[in-house]
Design a protein around this ligand. Structure first.
Ligand SMILES: NC(=O)C1=CN([C@@H]2O[C@H](COP(=O)(O)OP(=O)(O)OC[C@H]3O[C@@H](n4cnc5c(N)ncnc54)[C@H](OP(=O)(O)O)[C@@H]3O)[C@@H](O)[C@H]2O)C=CC1
Ligand SMILES: O=C1O[C@H](COP(=O)(O)O)[C@@H](O)[C@H](O)[C@H]1O
Length: 484
């Protein structure tokens, strides 16, 4: 990997401490960073390099999956420098440029620069503009930009943001992080498809009855009401993470696909999502909000009583939807997606329900065989389970389900941010969200955003600690299915 400078906007923030420093440190230990690299942390306060290094050391002690002590952490920290910068202040960028150049010369490294914007999205455009105007991106090496979701608040604002960024960076230089795309099991979907002919053959509407994608959470709004009450689950989870999982599970990829091929297949999927009008949203999408209930054995308050939430808020903390993909592979297969806060469990998973040939072909047969299910657990477990039916000779030949299960030992696996930062440093955009996907996702979901805002569809309640609103279960029951 080529030597580079990693410029981190928002170096004093929560994401940097919890995710970015531990990811860089673990990459360093695994020899996945270049032999020579330089890191510049940025924030508004004046902080001495040595104090900045101490705060990074502290973050590692708290959040790294590997012990952060001894010489190896010290040698990692020697790469770190700090520069005070207010995103609106031109002089601060000039000061930064000169510090970066001095360090590049000291280390004898090329002018390869990675700009990571771990700051509020309203700063993205300003920062990109200043990087461009002040020559930070004009070195002889490569320049890349990593940004964190949210990429816009709706279709219009996403397009405006894209325009601003495009003035300073090309699409190939922009790496949009959707951390779900860094999860090992999501990355595994690509391999599962092309390396298992048995699955590949079944991956169509001929054999699949429906696909269910779930991202249930135990947590509520926590300390993030200011953001979440303006955002809701539909923007926070559904428009990005859930639709990205949908794309990953439905694209058919040949082996050794290039990032461009992956992006093109994903675009085809999101382009083929059957559009819904604002008036149709009510029949395809369920929105919910949690009321008081339990988090395990602890009583918890309802959403409207959470600190920072407007007492009459109609914000969604739960969304379930039925989606159709109009392609020859997926015609007539319903995709059910649900995600919510304060449900009964933390569980992110994909369930593929296969059609039931037994029931279809022998109506008179009294055996109650369950459908074959392929369950891919993403979080907190990482496993793949296939549910088959077999005859149990010990029980008079009764047909019973059996499970074939593979569970990964995820303790040592790299975390999402490690995978993604490593890919961006290598210039591999496979697991990043391309602008086309982002724009098309906003376009598809825009009528739902409007229906929510105009209160055209009901806001169902569910008690904290339960499995979501009843309406989300009715959505599948209408089609003769149930959530697994
Ligand atoms: N935290 C998380 O788990 C996740 C966060 N994100 C996204 O990541 C981004 C960062 O989030 P998070 O770390 O939580 O945010 P924080 O509020 O914790 O940190 C914000 C950072 O921005 C810096 N900052 C604020 N104003 C300015 C300014 N005018 N000039 C320069 N720097 C400024 C702050 O530095 P200082 O105050 O020192 O100047 C601080 O380092 C956001 O876009 C968020 O949506 C996405 C997914 C998860
Ligand atoms: O992006 C987000 O994701 C988290 C859930 O992530 P996970 O990796 O724990 O499944 C969610 O809690 C948060 O609201 C959202 O912004």
């Amino acid at each position: 990997m080529e030597a580079m400078t990693f410029v981190l906007f928002g170096a004093t923030g929560d994401l940097a401490k919890r995710k970015i420093y531990p990811a860089l440190y673990n990459l360093f230990i695994d020899h996945k960073l270049p032999a020579e690299f330089s890191v510049f942390g940025l924030g508004r306060k004046e902080i001495a390099d040595v104090d900045f290094q101490a705060s990074v050391r502290e973050s590692l002690a708290q959040f790294s999956r590997r012990p952060a002590d001894g010489e190896r952490v010290e040698s990692f920290l020697r790469a770190f420098r700090y520069s005070a910068l207010n995103v609106n202040n031109t002089e601060d960028y000039q000061k930064l440029l000169s510090a970066v150049e001095i360090r590049e010369k000291e280390l004898g490294i090329p002018e390869n620069r990675m700009f990571y914007l771990s700051v509020a999205p309203e700063f993205f455009g300003t920062i990109a503009h200043h990087i461009h105007e002040n020559g930070l991106g004009a070195g002889k090496g490569w320049r890349r930009l990593i940004i964190e979701k949210p990429f816009g608040h709706d279709l219009e604002s996403a397009r405006a943001l894209h325009q601003q960024l495009s003035k300073a960076f090309t699409e190939e230089e922009i790496y949009r992080i959707d951390h779900y795309l860094g999860k090992p099991m999501i990355q595994n979907l690509e391999v599962l498809g092309y390396s298992n002919p048995v699955l590949q053959a079944l991956w169509t509407n001929r054999y699949i009855a429906n696909v269910q994608i779930t991202a249930n959470e135990l947590v509520g709004v926590e300390e993030r009401a200011a953001y979440f009450d303006q955002t809701g689950t539909i923007r926070d989870m559904f428009q990005n993470h859930m639709l990205q999982i949908l794309m990953m599970v439905t694209m058919h990829l040949p082996q050794r696909s290039t990032p461009e091929e992956v992006q093109s297949k994903k675009r085809t999927i999101v382009e083929s999502l059957r559009p819904m009008s604002k008036e149709e949203v009510g029949s395809q999408i369920v929105r919910g909000q949690y009321t008081a209930g339990m988090n395990g054995s602890v009583p918890v308050q309802g959403y409207l009583d959470e600190h920072g939430v407007a007492p009459d808020s109609t914000n969604d903390t739960y969304v379930a939807g039925r989606i159709w993909i109009d392609t020859p592979f997926w015609n007539d297969v319903p995709f059910y997606i649900r995600t919510g806060k304060r449900t009964h469990e933390k569980s992110t998973k994909i369930v593929i329900e296969f059609k039931e040939p037994l029931k279809i072909s022998t109506e008179a047969n009294q055996d109650e065989a369950e459908p074959n299910l392929l369950t891919i657990e993403i979080n907190p477990m990482e496993s793949i389970t296939l549910k088959l039916n077999t005859r149990n000779a010990g029980k008079g030949g009764k047909i019973e389900p059996v499970l074939m299960n593979f569970t990964t030992n995820s303790k040592d696996a790299p975390e999402a941010y490690e995978n993604l930062i490593h890919d961006a440093l290598r210039g591999d955009a496979t697991f990043f969200a391309h602008w086309d996907e982002v724009e098309l996702s906003w376009k598809w979901i825009q009528p739902a955003l409007e229906a929510f805002e105009e209160n055209l569809i009901p806001l169902h309640t569910y008690a904290a600690g339960t499995n979501g609103p009843k309406a989300a279960h009715d959505l599948l029951a209408e089609d003769g299915f149930k959530w697994w």
